[in-house]
Each structure stands twice: as structure tokens, then as C-alpha cells.
Write a protein that binds this ligand. Structure first.
Ligand SMILES: Cc1cc2nc3c(=O)[nH]c(=O)nc-3n(C[C@H](O)[C@H](O)[C@H](O)COP(=O)(O)O)c2cc1C
Length: 346
């Protein structure tokens, strides 16, 4: 069973976009936690190379994470024109060309999963909905535990009924994309502790709690509320081994940084540091996910190379004030120490 392999109930959150390097994932796994990779947009070749490289750094448990992309039609000519115009009108210091939208709109999950079947990480997780049945069956044939993100009890019940081995309970505080199954559905916006309590009353599969956890005291609270483990993303973003660019690190650790939800980068709600892009795009037309992500691709690439964080998606949880820049091994040791102290006190 996956969780008996952990000597610390702590998982690195999967974070698509180059944050989860092999060195970061391995450091967490070597410290008794679970190392993760956000492979949502990765090519099969990149997934293969990353898992291969990480296997030379650790024998510990790893999690390969993917998005469940929707089947999409081409957007109407009118909406595409409006969304493209909104991006073209952004106050960038130089004009940035917005690309034409071409198919396929999303990566091929089956092709991505080939590398997973070859490397057999301990866990395979999905965000934005239920994975295809054949993926769950194949994972189970290979003794890989399957987890899926839930933002409410209704989603968690569907996940358990689909044969998943655990639920990742994502609280409102969490950084990055909200894993809600339907992007435009009514969102219960449950804070993490309330969500874990609601899920633990009804579910018989383990719960991994994610969202705003920055220290061992917070981890102790979600475990006391019924979680088996905690998943931390933002807390690891400024670790030495993370792939986080220097401009993001500066933004994340700036005293004035605050986080908000936006649809404008990808078409799905995601929590990140409020910046010029988010403010300028408020109320503007956006394409559905992931078409909007493709449309903003050249802008995000330009912003990264021109070191313009005002136009980048700097995803972060609401706990960013608690970021502690240090090595991942030091952070894991600190979290374990705090968790042990919190357990003695309670
Ligand atoms: C930079 C960033 C990227 C993320 N990418 C993914 C992802 O690819 N897949 C996923 O399931 N969750 C993703 N998340 C959400 C995390 O899995 C997790 O829910 C979140 O980090 C927990 O909140 P915290 O950041 O406050 O710890 C991402 C979060 C961040 C901060």
C-alpha cells in the first residue's frame, strides 16, 4: 500500500511547468515523503527521461500527475477574435504576437501514460476529473496507486466509486489550478480543514490534504481532521532544487504579494500572485481550457525570457507568506520536526 511506504506523511505537490525537478522530487522521496511530477503538458519523451533520471537519484515513492483534458470543439470565430484581441491589447512594453489556435488542443493522455507503465512510479494522479477506466485498470495491474483531486464531497464520492485508491482533497487555499471537475460549475469554495472533515466522515479511502499547508503545525491539523498525508506545493517552490525561475522566487517572497483566482491564463480557475496580466484581463473574454492556455503561450514565453513576471502565471497558494527558502532536505527535516512537536502537544 502506497502510504505504508512513506515514513513521513508528506507529498511534494505535482506542479506542471518545470518546478518539480528530478532533484526536488528525489530529495522529498529520500526524506521519507513522496516526490511528484506535474506532467500535464509534457511530451512522452520528456516524461520518460524525467522518470529515468529520477530513478538514479531515489528508490523512494514517486507520483506522476496528469490533467484530464476535455474534448473540445473549435471556438466560434467571434469568441476567438475577442479573446485574441483582449490579449493583444495588454499593456506589454513590446507588442507580443498571439498565435493562431491549432489542433490538437490537448496532449494525448494514452501516449503520455506509456512512460508511466514503463517506469511504474508508486502513484498516478489526475486533476480536473475522473481518469479513463482503462488507465485505472492498467495502473492496478501494475500495482500503481491511483489518486484524483476532489474539491467537494460529491467529487470525492465519484472518485471512490471509480476505483481510485486515494483522494487528493484540494482546499480553497491551494495554489495553481483548482481541480474542480467542471470549470464553470458552482464552486463550494471549501477551505482545506472543512473539506477534509467532510470527506473523512464519508470516505473509506485515504485522503491526501492539499492547500495552504506551509509548516508541520498545519500538517498535524489536517491529519487530526482525518487526512492520511499532506501535499505541499507552494512551500517547496523556493527550495534550492526547485525549477522555479529567479523572477518567480522574487515575486513569491515579496512582502506585498497576494494571491487571487484567475481564468485568464488557461480558461480554468487557478490561484496565483495578483499581477498586471490578471488585473488587465479581469472581465475580458477567454477561451475554454486548455485553448486559452495555448492562446497565452507566446505571451507567457515572452514574459519568461524578458523577465516580466507581471505577465507570467506565478501560481501560488494563499500561504505564500510562510515560504522558507532552503534545501528540500532541510525543509523536510523542519516539517518533520514541527509535526512531531505538534503531535506531542495535542
Ligand atoms: C506552481 C503550481 C503548479 C501546480 N500544478 C499542478 C499540476 O500540474 N497538477 C496538479 O494536480 N496540481 C497542481 N497544482 C496544485 C497542487 O497539486 C496543490 O493542490 C497545491 O499546490 C496545494 O496548495 P499549496 O500550493 O498552497 O501547497 C499546482 C500548484 C502550484 C503552486
Amino acid at each position: 500500500m502506497l502510504f505504508s511506504k512513506l515514513t513521513s506523511p508528506i507529498a511534494l505537490a505535482p506542479m506542471a511547468g518545470g518546478f518539480n525537478t528530478p532533484q526536488l522530487a528525489a530529495a522529498v522521496a529520500n526524506a521519507g515523503g513522496m516526490g511528484s511530477f506535474g506532467f500535464a503538458y509534457s511530451t512522452p519523451d520528456h516524461i520518460d527521461r524525467t522518470l529515468h533520471q529520477t530513478a538514479s537519484l531515489t528508490d523512494g515513492p514517486l507520483n506522476a500527475n496528469f490533467f484530464v483534458f476535455p474534448e473540445l470543439e473549435a471556438p466560434s470565430t467571434e469568441l476567438l477574435a475577442e479573446a485574441t484581441q483582449a490579449l493583444g491589447e495588454l499593456p506589454t512594453p513590446v507588442p507580443v504576437e498571439i498565435p493562431a489556435l491549432t489542433e490538437p488542443y490537448a496532449p494525448n493522455l494514452d501516449a503520455q501514460l506509456e512512460a508511466v507503465w514503463r517506469h511504474r512510479p508508486a502513484a498516478l494522479t489526475f486533476h480536473f476529473g475522473l481518469p479513463p477506466e482503462h488507465a485505472v485498470e492498467q495502473a492496478h495491474r501494475q500495482n500503481i496507486a491511483v489518486g484524483v483531486t476532489a474539491t467537494c464531497l460529491r467529487e470525492a464520492k465519484l472518485i471512490a466509486a471509480a476505483g481510485a485508491d486515494f483522494v487528493v482533497a484540494q482546499g480553497w487555499e491551494a495554489g495553481g489550478h483548482r481541480g474542480i471537475f467542471t470549470a464553470d460549475a458552482e464552486d463550494e469554495a471549501l477551505p482545506l480543514l472543512a473539506l477534509v472533515r467532510a470527506l473523512s466522515k464519508d470516505l473509506s479511502i485515504p485522503i491526501v490534504a492539499a492547500g495552504g499547508l506551509m509548516n508541520g503545525g498545519g500538517i498535524a491539523k489536517v491529519i487530526a481532521a482525518g487526512a492520511t498525508a499532506a501535499q505541499l506545493g507552494t512551500a517547496f517552490l523556493c527550495c534550492d532544487e526547485a525549477g522555479t525561475p529567479a523572477t518567480h522566487r522574487e515575486v513569491l517572497t515579496a512582502a506585498a504579494a497576494e494571491t487571487v483566482f484567475t481564468l485568464a491564463f488557461s480558461g480554468r480557475p487557478a490561484r496565483g500572485v495578483r499581477n498586471t496580466f490578471i488585473e488587465a484581463m479581469a472581465g475580458k473574454p477567454v477561451l475554454p481550457f486548455p485553448q486559452q492556455n495555448t492562446l497565452t503561450g507566446s505571451l507567457r514565453q515572452w514574459a519568461a525570457s524578458a523577465e516580466q513576471p507581471g505577465f507570467q502565471s506565478v501560481w501560488s497558494g494563499s500561504g505564500l507568506g510562510g515560504i522558507r527558502p532552503m534545501s528540500a532536505a532541510q525543509l523536510m527535516a523542519t516539517l518533520k520536526h514541527e509535526l512531531a512537536r505538534a503531535a506531542i502537544r495535542s
